[in-house]
Design a binder for this molecule. Structure first.
Ligand SMILES: C[S@@+](CC[C@H](N)C(=O)[O-])C[C@H]1O[C@@H](n2cnc3c(N)ncnc32)[C@H](O)[C@@H]1O
Ligand code: SF4
Length: 457
């Protein structure tokens, strides 16, 4: 007997088929909902109320919004117009904010700390010591296996900084290389020399960290298959345990977006980017790199970014600093953010002069009801390659994955996931490749509408 395919399953399948056939490459997914869906939280809630139920474990993220230059593609929250005084004041404000949160959450076990940016390595060794001391004072229960990660750029990786970071317990260093081609690098707005880049790599190797990650970008202006493969093979030759390969994202207000409007011919299309992705995945697999997500590959036994694993499994994340986001159990929130210079400086100055009190109301955020929490769980776990019904049931008081039967059936029918003996959904290579498309199937209409209405500043 033939059964008719339910309409919504057909919808999910049709959307998936269309996206795969059209080589659609939506934005890389690393959170849900994205910050573009954040709005003033109503009714107002205080920080203390939002975190009242926190037990057990915690991820920490510290944002350092300073860079020596803004790269052509970058809309991360940062300024290049900071003075030494502003950085000092920022570190002092971080200390106050950390102490305030320590009073609320200092009983939790910290399972990861990620210092990101911007370019955190614009901080001096002593400023890093100040920040780490404040964190350890406020959060005395650091897990002995905690991942402690710091990001930086090649022109700021001095031996003095790296040695201090190592002494402070940092075990993961991440550096943006983006491209090893000099012309591509210049066009991307990164003004350091190839020699500086090699020196940074050498210093990182000499100081020695358990996990070194390098970021590369494909799809930059003028980039060719050959220059990309050169960047990739040279980078892997440096011996990192993890590499992160981003397809370039064109966002409003960026130099690269304007360049593409004028010189579309200088950029590869999404199909060509997917071709480079395929070639890179196969090349890395031959060299012992396991795929952790669409962008991340590692030779470590575990995933090359433990904070993401813990976050996606439901461990809350406390974001510190201007531009950082926090993911409490049911509420995500953060400061305002911007790309333009005056708005960005206003937000950083606001953070510096802020009193940081537990009874202050949240600014921008998003309250996740149970449906949104379930969507988040599916999107983020699938992005790391595996959705386990047992973990889902544990998280949602015995619930099954039936709410997403149509989406999951569509993924099976289109060869994006397989179901293993334990009943877990595991991404196939095709599923990894289209994991950003898969995420869109699980997004709620509410989040979709909020993200569409967002206007960048
Ligand atoms: C905070 S930065 C890394 C550290 C340091 N600021 C640097 O650039 O060397 C984060 C990474 O996100 C990636 N990234 C940022 N904007 C991007 C975009 N529009 N498209 C693709 N990747 C992007 C880059 O690879 C960058 O290394
Ligand atoms: S890619 Fe890194 S260095 Fe460049 S602007 Fe963004 S955060 Fe700063």
């Amino acid at each position: 007997m033939l059964y008719a395919t339910p309409a919504s399953e057909q919808d999910a399948r049709t959307r998936l088929q269309r996206a795969i056939a059209g080589s659609e490459l939506p934005c890389y997914v690393y959170s849900y909902p994205s910050k573009r869906a954040y709005r003033p939280v109503q009714p107002a809630r205080t920080l203390a109320e939002v975190w009242a139920g926190a037990r057990d474990r915690l991820n920490l993220y510290v944002h350092v919004p300073f860079c020596g230059y803004r790269c052509s593609f970058c809309t991360l929250f940062l300024t290049t117009s900071h003075s030494p005084q502003m950085v000092d004041d920022y570190v002092a404000a971080l200390q106050r904010q950390v102490a305030m949160y320590g009073a609320l959450l200092g009983h939790l076990e910290v399972v990861s700390l990620y210092v990101g940016g911007g370019t955190p390595t614009t901080l001096s060794p002593d400023q890093f010591s100040t920040v780490f001391e404040a964190l350890h004072r406020a959060f005395p229960r650091f897990s002995p296996t905690a991942e402690v990660a710091v990001e930086g750029s090649p022109d700021t990786m001095t031996a003095e900084r790296l040695e201090r970071l190592k002494a402070l317990g940092v075990n993961r260093i991440s550096m943006g290389l983006q491209t090893l081609d000099e012309e591509e690098r210049k066009r991307a707005g990164r003004p350091y020399s190839t020699q500086t880049l090699y020196q940074a790599v050498e210093t990182i190797q000499r100081v020695g960290f358990a996990n070194v990650n390098y970021d590369l970008i494909y799809g930059l202006e003028g980039q060719q298959r050959e220059t990309w493969l050169h960047s990739l093979s040279t980078t892997v030759g440096f011996g990192p345990r993890t590499v992160t390969l981003y397809p370039v994202v064109f966002r409003p207000l960026t130099v690269i977006d304007k360049r593409r409007e004028k010189h579309a011919g200088g950029f590869m299309d999404d199909g060509s980017k997917y071709a480079l992705y395929d070639e890179s995945v196969a090349w890395l697999a031959e060299r012992g790199f396991r795929q952790n997500s669409f962008v991340r590959f590692s030779t470590l036994e575990h995933d090359g970014l433990q904070q993401e694993v813990a976050d996606f499994a439901g461990v809350p994340l406390l974001g510190l600093g201007a531009g950082a986001r926090s993911y409490a159990d049911t509420v995500h929130y953060g400061t305002d953010f911007a790309v333009r210079r005056p708005e960005t400086l206003d937000i950083i100055r606001g953070f510096i002069s802020h009193e940081h009190r537990p009874d202050e109301p949240l600014g921008l955020g998003f309250v996740l009801d149970e449906d949104e929490q379930k969507r988040r769980f599916c999107i983020l776990n699938l992005s790391l390659g595996r959705l386990e019904p047992g973990a889902y049931a544990q998280r949602f008081r015995g619930a099954g994955l039936d709410d997403f039967a149509e989406e999951l059936d569509a993924l099976i029918l289109e060869g994006c996931v397989t179901v293993d003996r334990e009943g877990s959904y595991a991404l196939t290579p095709l599923g990894f490749k289209f994991s950003n498309v898969i995420a869109t199937l699980f997004k709620s209409p509410t989040v979709d509408a909020l993200e569409r209405d967002f206007l960048p500043t």
